[in-house]
Design a protein around this ligand. Sequence first.
Ligand code: AN7
Length: 401
Amino acid sequence: MHRLVCVNCGQSYPSQEIVYQCRRCQHLLAVEYSLDEIQIETDLWNSRPLSVWRYRELLPVKGEPVTLREGGTPLYHLSRLGKEMGIRSLYAKHEGMNPSGSFKDRGMTVGVSMALELGKRTVACASTGNTSASLAVYAAKAGLHAVVLLPAGKVALGKVAQALIHGAEAIAIRGNFDEALEMVQELCRSHGLYLLNSINPYRLEGQKTIGFEVIDQLKGAPDRFVLPVGNAGNISAIFKGLMELKALDLVDRIPMMTGIQAKGSQPVVRAIKGGMDTVVPEQKPETVATAIRIGAPVNAEKALVAIRSTGGTAEAVTDAEILAMQRELARKEGIGVEPASAASVAGVKKLVENGVIDRDECIVCVVTGHLLKDPETVIGQCKPPTEIDADISSLVSALRL
Ligand code: AN7
């Protein structure tokens, strides 16, 4: 049993109601379970494969979910990079290993399952890319029609390719993501499409399983989670899930939630550093990490609580630092991620150097999307292959053997 509850005024809405924001005060909603009525057998959880649906007792879907086996992603120990930074316990949770190549699949398996339960036939989102790719994939699996609004010219190639091949109706907006999100919200209100941006609280329910999996993989909570922040949904989702585990006595402490943004798009960092109660939107966000090129994060209200109440922090990294860490992860750890994802590890490097993060901490970076999402940015920073004639002497001289 669950209901939707306003995080500001506590107004509650029944689970079948289609509502994305509190009708009384316009603040965000969250899914609330009667935790005292939920029986969780950890043996039962452990008997299921590591995946989103291992934790189905803490998810809102009643029937059979629309699933492509999301979650169960590897948690890699970053031995080389950790050593260089002087951190023994540095890990990366590789969310690029999900079906569509990003963590969004965790949210979409739940969100699209809920769309079916609520009797919706058309689903929609605005997206910097990954949400649209994932929505297209899960709508295809569910047999639903998907409409995706993309900021024109600012979505990485692989993500557009996915949205198109999986059959979403893709619309490029001459504007940025924040404008596209305003438009899709209006469209869903006026025309009854089901909105699957992270303002939809069911999306975040799926994403909270990242934290559950990490705790199962480490056999306990890390000291800190570090995430790239765009709309601030994922950091809020993981925090919410951890609080539920705490309430159920399944974890003894809550890790410090730490958000990393790009220098040119850092409204959450400004709010945290400035001690502000609300996030002031950035009018012209700009970064090579197009996934997090977001000026007005819709989940900021939840994220500020997640960061502050856990003693976490927020930091910004430059595009150069992001790309340097993308190469380091690829070359020193064999981990291929897109630029936004590398921001989390780049943020750890910076925070350790600045003395904000203790080197003895056990740190889990969530690397959110796969390298192949954004091939153009990769090619742009690498030397192209050396082209030679098809004979062995050219090969030997090209290799300078
Ligand atoms: C790789 O696809 O917002 O802070 O529209 O694709 O939960 O928004 C993507 C966000 C981090 C930020 N890493 O997560 C979208 C979109 C990657 C992402 C984020 C995104 P949130």
